[in-house]
Design a binder for this molecule. Structure first.
Ligand code: ZN
Length: 408
């Protein structure tokens, strides 16, 4: 059976930029390898969550991997904690957490506690707290971050964040977002844990040490993005393909873990512009030469340059990606799929609903078209037309010759 590489370049799509001669960063970049792949493949455009819809990176990835958001998406928390290796159970509510600094009036001084590097000595004193039948599970993430799970009966993810997302304002009480008793109960329980956590943290000996050293104390747990966990059908069960995920960023490892893929750790994969692209691409090839049928490879920095409005940086980074894709040029028995999760136009400095170029390359598998460049406008004329995220996996399965027959 042929193998599959799904390469997602985060925030790839863009809009014409005057300084680039009205080209997008992808169109302006010198990309001989990506263009050679486009020439050998079939191209198109895709909107991960629908035409004109602005997706987050979590929702767009789930849709591209074939998971219907109405059924499987309740909030980013479940995906983030999966990325930290926390096991979810049906009925859990998961949240993203930060250790931050508040003053005596609970006004935020710093949402990241002076960019604290390791939260583990703090969160271990919070892990396992219980209240009204609910247990708080918490695990350190990178830097100031932590993953939070509430476990027990009667929970809901329909609750607000306590994180005010800015400094100089009082932390919010968690509020229920609907009239259900579950949402009210969850908000009450979480508020209790957050008050208790503050008491533990503000008296923590390490915070006394931090204060003496002139550092901000890590004295408040800020949380956001509550998600309710319902058991999800694993990618391998859904498609019969043993899959691995290769990513630097926590959310994307989380997407892999959440969908039941094996998350491979690749030295040098940072999720930033300094990431080792060759190491990641070679790790994918190695994985496919071994036990895996499907490699999901994620590259983050294209999005970060878009969010910064840095079109020259985005163009230069796309050229780096192009150089690294040389290893994908002549793959036998492999379907290579390259796309973005959404557009992040430099002019907007945020995600947009503009469609993203998509190409599928596999000798003898795809009907090639006349497109000879990997770019937004070139791909608009390609043979794949315009797809939504949920159409991509069925198309991959079809090209592999594995699509089930509808009818007789
Ligand atoms: Zn994204």
């Amino acid at each position: 059976m042929s193998k599959v590489i799904l390469l997602i370049l985060d925030g790839l799509g863009d809009r014409p930029i005057k300084e680039l001669g009205n080209k997008t960063p992808l169109e302006a970049a010198h990309t001989p390898n990506l263009d050679a792949l486009a020439t050998r493949g079939i191209c198109g455009l895709q909107n991960a969550v629908g035409v004109g819809q602005r997706p987050g990176s979590d929702t767009s990835h789930l849709a591209i991997l074939g998971y219907d958001l109405d059924k499987y998406y309740t909030g980013r928390g479940t995906i983030e904690v999966s990325g930290l290796g926390m096991e979810l159970q049906e009925g859990d509510v998961a949240l993203r957490g930060n250790l931050g600094t508040v003053d005596n009036n609970l006004v935020t001084v710093d949402r990241r506690a002076g960019r604290i590097e390791d939260t583990s000595p703090f969160v271990k004193d919070l892990d396992g707290l219980t209240y009204q039948g609910i247990t708080l599970h918490i695990k350190p993430g990178t830097g100031h971050r932590a993953g939070i799970i509430l476990r027990g009966p009667g929970l809901s993810s329909r609750i607000s964040d306590n994180d005010p997302h800015e400094v100089g304002v009082k932390v919010h009480e968690v509020r229920p977002l609907d009239d259900s008793p579950e949402a009210a109960f969850t908000a009450r329980v979480l508020n209790h844990f957050l008050h208790q956590a503050h008491e533990i943290l503000k008296n923590h000996p390490l915070n006394k040490e931090r204060r003496r050293a002139g550092k901000l104390p890590a004295n408040y747990l800020l949380c956001r993005g509550a998600g309710y966990y319902k058991k999800i059908e694993k990618f391998s069960e859904r498609y019969g393909l043993k899959a691995c995920a290769i990513a630097g960023g926590g959310l994307y490892k989380g997407i892999g873990a959440f969908t039941g893929m094996t998350v491979l750790s690749v030295p040098g994969a940072t999720g930033m512009a300094d990431t080792d692209l060759s190491a990641k691409f070679n790790a994918a090839l190695q994985a496919l030469a071994g036990e895996f049928d499907f490699a999901f490879v994620h590259v983050k920095a294209t999005d970060a340059f878009g969010e910064d409005g840095d079109f020259l940086g985005k163009k230069a980074f796309i050229e780096k990606i192009d150089q690294a894709t040389e290893v994908f040029l002549d793959l036998p028995d492999t379907l290579l799929v390259v796309t973005g999760d959404h557009s992040t136009p430099c002019s907007l400095k945020k995600h947009s609903g503009d469609p993203v170029p998509l190409m599928m390359i596999g000798e003898g598998m795809v009907r090639t078209d006349h497109v000879t460049a990997f770019g937004e406008r070139a791909c608009a004329t390609g043979g794949l037309g315009r797809l939504t995220g949920l159409m991509i996996m069925p198309e991959i399965i079809n090209l592999l010759g594995l699509a089930p027959l509808i009818g007789d």
